[in-house]
Ligand binder design. Structure first.
Ligand code: SF4
Ligand code: SF4
Length: 345
């Protein structure tokens, strides 16, 4: 571990921290919903279930809602006013891959014309990350997101007794000192976390068979792979993989006029490149009418196209798309198949 500041807090003091946050902020955290881990608003510490396997949906909806109003307009008066709904909020329980995804979203929404809605919400959000262990779909180790050094305010590592805490921002230090008691971590507590990280590193069932930096080149040479037609034949085009992905950020914009035909709202809603209408244009032409082409496009966005623009892979290895897919299209297995084909050439 690097030389960031480490502190130790007891479980009782962590409860005090969360209780203090709930009094001041809207707090979201990981809970058990119908037996599965999920992010939800919480009003008591006891609802929290931390250190579980990944949630089906990521936490992106708290910063980039599935539907939001961007502006209100009045047709008669020819006026409009922007709508930015953001409030102070805390998200507890984000894993290292999700925090990496968040830093990618930060870059996307700040690039070009900065997005005031996302950026306003992000500036008012406190991130409390938690250590995790991989399930059979996780492959963060292969894409460099198994550990995280930035993008959070506080990060918790569970120890046999209590937590080792890393702070990643002035805000994180401030709430830690104001809302709870902590002490500098002991050497043996840092060693305990390092030992647990070694165990984590050795416990991946899924890994990619090529280094992360080779993946854009491998994808570039895989445009004509038979893989795309094969998985295109079974894919439903449902878009679930887009919706659960913490780095999918595409959206549609719609103007909705009220029944009085005088006022209306401009709303944005999540969109997804796996859905049939995504690339449909006037004249009913569809640039990616075939599901095989949509899959090829989505996978290339994650491992190739956006690396040129943002200098990072846009797959953080959370495994959500594979976990969710009804026909078991597994992004890590497909990538390994492309790697094997590439190595045979
Ligand atoms: S890959 Fe799976 S989740 Fe994604 S659109 Fe196809 S069937 Fe749906
Ligand atoms: S592409 Fe799949 S595995 Fe990669 S970040 Fe998105 S949901 Fe996670």
């Amino acid at each position: 571990m690097d030389n960031k500041k480490y502190a130790f807090i007891t479980e009782k003091d962590f409860k005090g921290l969360v209780t203090g946050l709930i009094k001041e902020y809207k707090v979201f955290g990981t809970i058990k919903k119908d037996g599965f881990p999920a992010f939800a608003g919480i009003t008591s510490f006891d609802e929290l279930e931390l250190f579980q396997s990944p949630t089906h949906l990521s936490a992106k909806e708290f910063l980039f809602p599935q539907r939001e109003t961007l502006l209100k307009f009045n047709i008669q008066n020819k006026t409009h006013e922007p709508v930015i709904e953001s409030g102070e909020q805390v998200i507890i329980g984000m894993h290292s891959c999700d925090i990496h995804a968040l830093t990618l979203m930060d870059r996307v929404f700040a690039a070009g014309t900065p997005d005031p809605n996302y950026l306003s919400r992000r500036a008012k959000t406190i991130i409390i990350g938690t250590e995790c262990f991989p399930d059979k779909f996780c492959f963060c180790k292969s894409v460099g997101t198994m550990t995280v050094e930035e993008g959070f305010d506080i990060f918790l590592h569970k120890l046999k007794k209590g937590f080792l805490v890393r702070t990643g921002s002035v805000k994180g230090e401030e709430i830690l000192s104001r809302l709870t008691k902590s002490r500098p971590a002991a050497f043996k507590e840092i060693k305990e976390v390092e030992a647990l990280q070694k165990v984590k590193e050795g416990s991946f069932i899924t890994t990619l068979d090529a280094p992360a930096e080779e993946l854009p080149g491998i994808y570039e040479k895989s445009d004509n792979s038979p893989v795309w037609d094969r998985i295109g034949a079974i894919c439903y085009g449902c878009g679930s993989c887009n919706h659960v992905c913490p780095t999918c950020y595409c959206f549609d914009i719609k103007d909705e006029v009220k029944a009085n035909l005088k006022e209306g709202e401009r709303v944005r809603v999540w969109d997804g490149c796996m859905v049939e209408d995504f690339a449909k244009v006037a004249g009913d032409h569809n640039f990616r009418g075939l599901r095989a082409n949509r899959l090829k496009h989505r996978f290339n966005r994650k491992f190739r196209y956006l690396t040129g623009k943002f200098d990072a892979l846009f797959c953080v290895g959370c495994g959500r798309c594979s976990r969710t897919c009804l026909v078991n299209i597994n992004i890590a297995e497909i990538t390994n198949e492309l790697i094997r084909e590439h190595n045979k050439k």
